[in-house]
Design a binder for this molecule. Structure first.
Ligand code: SAH
Length: 490
């Protein structure tokens, strides 16, 4: 069967701005040829055996020449492959997608085009700059800033662009910004016209530099703006001052490392991202369920009290129960709000939840619950403190401790170490995350602040030589996020 090439736009960098079609095609492709400016994780959904090939510029090495890329696309398609040619932004906006499509057409290879969100529009939007506006801009021009405006025979008519009645969006050209701005002003564009440079638009660390056209290049240079960046020239650029939203989110500019197990990181990561943080997931721990004694689940109703000391324990115990009604006559205690939430998600509202999520507080909260001579189950991790079982035994309870899972070390990969090195906050949600972090050779970068979910985790961190800068007042994910927020915002 003949192959096909999809020329696909991957959007400007925020993975959330990839189209559904792009994700579908990446998941189906036999081969993906991609450039540098594609969103992080864009290829995560590719088939494990897909050929993933970088064809963009490498530092120190030339990019694969365009004709070789064209030839490669044709060759792969002729070999019957489904090929995705993935480009940053939109494939037809300064992406050389037009040339690639022409080469495919000339070779008689089937192709389709999947547009993407182009950087000129997306970076502007994320900077609070509407490229058109009823009062301020009725037209918008996408301009390549690649070309030296001094070049006599350049493809761009700078005089016409100076007169263009609308917004100019300049792609590329961080270094040529000075000559371009001068050229526009020389040709009659108002030197006082607002302009903005948006660096790393839609990506973590996005920055916007605002100045009048005549000064924009100097300001961008002072701020050490680096590619990728776009420049927006026109009155709409001034709206950044009122409409900037992303750069005003409270955790914008902060990189937060999340060390908890991958399976559990999403809630914390999601909340932090919603506040504007750049989240690096650096899981150092993995949950390994233990085979559960089948009798335990069947006879759960024999217990008068069941204590759950972690969300994982709650999840694993309830998953093992044939029916939640087995707990009908049992008093259920959760160590804290996170564990309680896990139970509630599965239809069980715990009877006892202490305010502070530590074993001591749970033991204290249980003083009202009669346990003497009764059977009590403490369901927890393989490795845990004995505080709760001991306190219950002292009160005459017949305590059975069920270890439902073990926590195992997850090594830190290279990408994670790199992410960690950028972190301004490193979060620990349990003592075991602290221990495994250090075992994995994790290092808190200098200047970064250590955040702990509560006093037990903090104590473990201190025992291991870490100084704890921020400790959550409420010992759950919400409390942790609130503590970072309070620390980060004056
Ligand atoms: N096809 C792409 C553009 C490719 S040219 C698109 O439609 O967006 C590469 C230029 O795009 C960069 O030099 C820069 O000017 C711009 N660009 C790409 N990603 C960007 C980003 N995240 N923020 C700002 N500019 C970006």
């Amino acid at each position: 069967m003949a192959g096909i090439v999809y020329l696909v736009g991957a959007g400007p960098g925020d993975p959330g701005l990839m189209t559904r079609r792009a994700l579908e095609l990446i998941a189906e492709a036999d081969a993906v040829l991609y450039d540098r400016l594609i969103p992080p994780g864009a290829l995560d959904g590719a088939r494990p055996n897909a050929e993933l090939r970088y064809v963009g510029k490498q530092p120190g090495a030339p990019a694969l020449p365009q004709d070789e890329i064209n030839a490669l696309l044709v060759e792969l398609a002729r070999a019957g492959k489904t090929v995705v040619r993935l480009k940053g932004g939109d494939p037809f906006v300064f992406g050389r997608g037009g040339e690639e499509a022409e080469a495919l057409a000339a070779a008689g290879v089937a192709f389709e085009i999947v547009p993407g969100v182009t950087a000129g529009i997306a970076a502007s939007a994320y900077a609070g700059i509407p490229v058109t506006h009823r009062d301020a801009a009725s037209a918008v021009a996408f301009v390549t800033g690649h070309e030296d405006p001094a070049k006599e025979d350049g493809a761009l008519d700078w005089d016409a662009l100076a007169r263009f009645p609308g917004t100019l969006v300049l792609y590329m050209g961080v270094s040529s910004l000075g000559p371009i701005a001068e050229r526009l002003v020389a040709a009659g564009r108002d030197p006082e016209e607002p302009a903005a440079v948006v660096e790393r638009g839609t990506l973590p660390g996005q920055r916007t530099v605002r100045a009048p056209l005549a000064q924009i290049a100097e300001r961008a240079a002072e701020a050490e703006v680096r590619p990728p960046a776009i420049t927006v020239v026109g009155p709409v650029s001034g709206l950044h001052d009122t409409l900037a939203w992303l750069e005003r989110r409270p955790l914008h500019g902060h990189t937060v490392a999340v060390t908890r197990a991958r399976a559990q990181a999403s809630e914390l990561a999601g909340r932090l991202r919603a506040l504007g943080a750049d989240v690096v997931e650096t899981p150092v721990i993995r949950i390994e369920p233990r085979p559960l004694d089948p009798g335990l689940a069947e006879r759960i109703g024999d217990y008068s009290l069941v204590c759950l000391t972690s969300p994982n324990g709650a999840r694993l115990l309830l998953e093992a129960l044939p029916d939640a009604r087995a707990l009908a006559g049992v008093t259920v205690a959760a160590i804290g709000p996170g564990t309680a939430a896990e139970l509630e998600r599965r239809g069980i509202r715990p009877d006892v939840v202490p305010e502070r999520a530590v074993a001591e507080a749970l033991a204290e909260a249980l003083v009202e619950v009669p346990v003497e001579g009764r059977r009590v189950l403490v369901a927890r991790a393989g490795e845990a403190r004995e505080v709760l079982p001991e306190a219950l035994r002292e009160r005459g309870a017949d305590v059975n401790v069920a270890a439902l899972y073990d926590t195992a070390a997850e090594p830190l990969g290279e990408a994670q170490r790199e992410g960690l090195a950028r972190a301004s906050y490193v979060t620990f949600t349990s003592s075991s995350t602290v221990r495994f972090f250090l075992e994995a050779g994790g290092e808190v970068p200098s200047g970064a602040r250590v955040v702990s979910i509560g006093p037990v985790t903090s104590a473990t961190a201190r025992e291991h030589g870490l100084s704890v800068d921020v400790e959550a007042e409420r010992h759950d994910i919400g409390g942790l996020v609130a503590a970072i927020l309070e620390d980060a915002t004056p």
